[in-house]
Design a protein around this ligand. Structure first.
Ligand code: NAD
Ligand code: G6P
Ligand code: MN
Length: 433
């Protein structure tokens, strides 16, 4: 059978992954699922792990669930390694979200200063995991969900020799579901040509049953009640003039770039009232774990859909199954560009539609991105690359440079001040600096 190892197994999303594996057991016969966490996540791992055990038992599916804090023991002979960990836990995320607001800069988990610092904390850990994988399961695929997923994939491609890495995100699935809902059709009938970077991806074309329908979708998106978003991102509608001229489907995260001022006001209001997203998520998580503890619960509770990562397991399980079964279907993933987008370096990570084969995802050539979005995508790629270099080298100046490149900051002086404060706030998790 197949052995899957999930690092950050104590995550509240784990029941979703388990549900995905149960649903696909016939085509994807997983015999072992190892959930790995660290001392700080021990209690969560126990609670969620016991729920996972009840779920497979109830489903009558023979997947052995192992819970461990010993990563190396888990990784031995793994076929697939999935990662969903959060270095510094939600407390660190709350700092990523609050500190930039003091400087009137967007405070977000994967964008701007928050994205930079989440990357600086995460990249050293992912490189350690790769080292272990090279020793214990060199042929395994790394399926990375850990954010910032684009920057993390970039770092693995650039700073390790492990080429079997795929970065995943639920944003493309979310857009497809949102578009299907607007059209009033089943999501399976909708196809979108996705290209760009993680949390910076565009739908360049949309088809319903193979017939082009982008213009209609853009018209529908002009109605603010229809706008495609996710639970964690304020649903502020697009200006119809902008959207029509853009002639592409933006992702929900694009609001941080094309509505920076409005999003900042929204974040500051929330920070002063309900709390930042990390603070809201903390409460959601406490409720979820209360439910998970109930010994009578043996399915994924619907409350999990309040999290921004809802349906992420479909992305993970579909990918793993298509690699295992050589399905050659099309899925949007983060992978080495290999020339598919001509204005991005061949050896950089991009998020785009790929054909998923036994040898991994094969990017579908896009040619170039439309001129309207090309510059922003390249700028974010520069940010990700310089940030990944800062994470690996521990060079403070590179961290300042990365942030000055980021369009959400707009000042080298501000970049320096924010980096200085955030390095101090996160120093426990930044041993490289
Ligand atoms: P979480 O705070 O619940 O953390 C998950 C687990 O990681 C915790 O149990 C924690 O103890 C553990 N952990 C922390 N450091 C670790 C380490 N060094 N090794 C192993 N485990 C460690 O987080 P969450 O809300 O479940 O999210 C997990 C990660 O997945 C985050 O990075 C989040 O941004 C990301 N995420 C990505 C997507 C996507 O679209 N790519 C979707 C959802 C979540
Ligand atoms: C979206 C993104 C994920 C992100 C999540 C945050 O799904 O694709 O990358 O981690 O939202 O959700 P949360 O509930 O943690 O705010
Ligand atoms: Mn994502």
């Amino acid at each position: 059978g197949i052995k899957i190892v999930t690092i950050g197994g104590g995550s509240s999303y784990t029941p979703e992954l388990v549900e995905g594996l149960i649903k696909r057991y016939e085509e994807l016969p997983v015999s072992e699922l190892w959930l790995v966490d660290i001392e700080a996540g021990k209690e969560k791992l126990q609670i969620v792990g016991n729920l996972a055990k009840r779920m497979v038992k109830k489903a009558g599916v023979p997947i052995d669930i192992h819970l461990t804090l010993d990563r190396k023991a888990a990784l031995k002979d793994a076929d697939f390694v999935t990662t969903q960990f959060r270095v510094g836990l939600l407390e660190a995320r709350a700092k990523d979200e609050r500190i930039p607001l003091k400087y009137n800069v967007i405070g977000q988990e994967t964008n701007g200063p928050g994205g930079l610092f989440k990357g600086l904390r995460t990249i050293p850990v992912i490189l350690e995991i790769i080292k272990d994988m090279e020793e214990l399961c060199p042929d395994a695929w790394l399926v990375n969900f850990t954010n910032p997923a684009g920057m993390v994939t970039e770092a693995v491609l650039r700073y390790t020799n492990h080429k079997k890495v795929v970065g995943l995100c639920n944003v493309p699935i979310g857009i497809r579901m949102g578009v299907a809902q607007m059209l009033g059709v089943e999501a399976e009938r909708v196809h979108i040509d996705f290209a760009g970077l993680n949390h910076m991806v565009f739908g360049l074309d949309v088809y319903l049953d193979g017939v082009p329908i982008k213009d209609e979708v853009i018209r529908l998106m002009n109605d603010p009640n229809n706008s495609v978003t996710m639970k964690n991102i304020a649903n502020i509608g697009w200006e119809p003039e902008f959207l029509q001229a853009l002639n592409a489907i933006p992702c929900p995260y694009h609001r941080y770039y094309y509505k920076t001022r409005e999003m900042l006001v929204d974040e500051q209001e929330k920070a002063a009232t309900v709390g930042t997203r990390a603070e809201v998520v903390k409460k959601l998580e406490d409720e979820l774990f209360k439910l998970y503890k109930d010994p009578n619960l043996d399915i994924k509770p619907p409350q999990l859909e309040q999290r921004g990562g809802a349906y992420y397991s479909d992305a993970a399980c579909n990918l793993i199954s298509s690699i295992y079964n050589d399905k050659r279907d099309i899925q949007p993933v983060n992978i080495r560009n290999n020339g598919a987008i001509s204005s991005i370096e061949d050896d950089s990570a991009v998020e785009l539609n790929c054909i998923i084969t036994k040898e991994g995802p094969k990017p579908i050539a896009v040619g170039d991105l439309p001129v309207a979005v090309r510059g922003l995508v390249q700028q974010i790629k520069s940010f990700e690359r310089v940030a990944a270099e800062a994470a690996v080298t521990g060079d403070v100046n590179k961290a300042v440079l990365a942030l000055a490149i980021n369009p959400l900051v707009g000042s080298d002086k501000l970049a320096k001040e924010i980096v200085t404060e955030m390095l101090e706030a996160h120093k426990e998790y930044l041993p490289q600096f």
